[in-house]
Ligand binder design. Structure first.
Ligand SMILES: C[S@@+](CC[C@H](N)C(=O)[O-])C[C@H]1O[C@@H](n2cnc3c(N)ncnc32)[C@H](O)[C@@H]1O
Length: 214
């Protein structure tokens, strides 16, 4: 399927993906998102820092961040199914620390008011934005909604990585491309190449980067 075709309803595409397979069988599922957690630990955030997870899906990262006692987590996704799945497994005493926002990162409405972010996390989302206008909107949203001194963790398929994910074409990145998109107000803190083995046993080459806003 080509996702640069305007006729594709991406919200339905992602809703179907989450309806069809249990979370642990999804091609992007991580039992423990070790590299994201390692990079988040480098940020040395306060427990009340505002952590925004873009295209969170039903990621286990949120469960772990709540276990680590972070108290201001915002999980976004275009798929309401994904966020319902996520919310349904969060223990009731932790629900108040998680806010779920269904919105499109490439055509934001509700997300415009998600400002003062201390950490923006994107794993395997930005690479679905193929068109220049989508990329521009997305990076502008990051730039305007994160605080001075905030961190931005971007993890996407690497230049030698797979050309598709979830049946959709992807736009692959290296650290320099992220730097160019974010601009000189953001300083690269660390970049790591990472090979993710998905639940089917296939390898997926990623680039993980952590930037800080000056
Ligand atoms: C490959 S999954 C990765 C999910 C999660 N970040 C993780 O690492 O497990 C991509 C996610 O991005 C979401 N997504 C795709 N396009 C989006 C958009 N335009 N706005 C918000 N979320 C989007 C999908 O619904 C899906 O949950």
């Amino acid at each position: 399927m080509k996702n640069d075709d305007c006729n594709i309803d991406l919200k339905s595409h992602w809703n179907k993906a989450y309806e069809k397979s249990p979370t642990e069988k999804l091609g992007w599922y991580e039992d423990v998102p070790n590299l994201s957690l390692e990079m988040i630990a480098r940020c040395k955030l306060d427990k009340n820092a505002k952590i925004f997870i873009a295209g969170a899906g039903s990621s286990t990262l949120i469960d772990t961040l709540l276990e680590q006692e972070y108290t201001q987590i915002v999980a976004n996704d275009i798929s309401d199914e994904a966020l319902e799945l996520l919310q349904s497994r969060i223990p009731s005493n932790k629900q108040k620390y998680l806010d779920c926002v269904v919105d499109d990162l490439t055509n934001p409405t509700l997300l415009k008011s998600q400002t003062n972010i201390d950490l923006w996390v994107d794993r395997a989302v930005v690479h679905f934005f193929l068109k220049e206008a989508e990329q521009e909107t997305y990076f502008n949203l990051i730039k305007s909604n994160v605080k001075k001194g905030a961190y931005v963790l971007l993890a996407a398929f690497a230049l030698d990585g797979a050309k598709k994910c979830s049946g959709l074409d992807v736009f692959r990145y290296n650290a320099q491309m992220f730097q160019e998109r974010l601009g000189e107000d953001f300083k690269l803190n660390v970049a790591k190449e990472h090979v993710f083995i998905n639940p089917n046993g296939d390898s997926r080459a990623y680039i993980y980067t952590l930037f800080q806003k000056k």
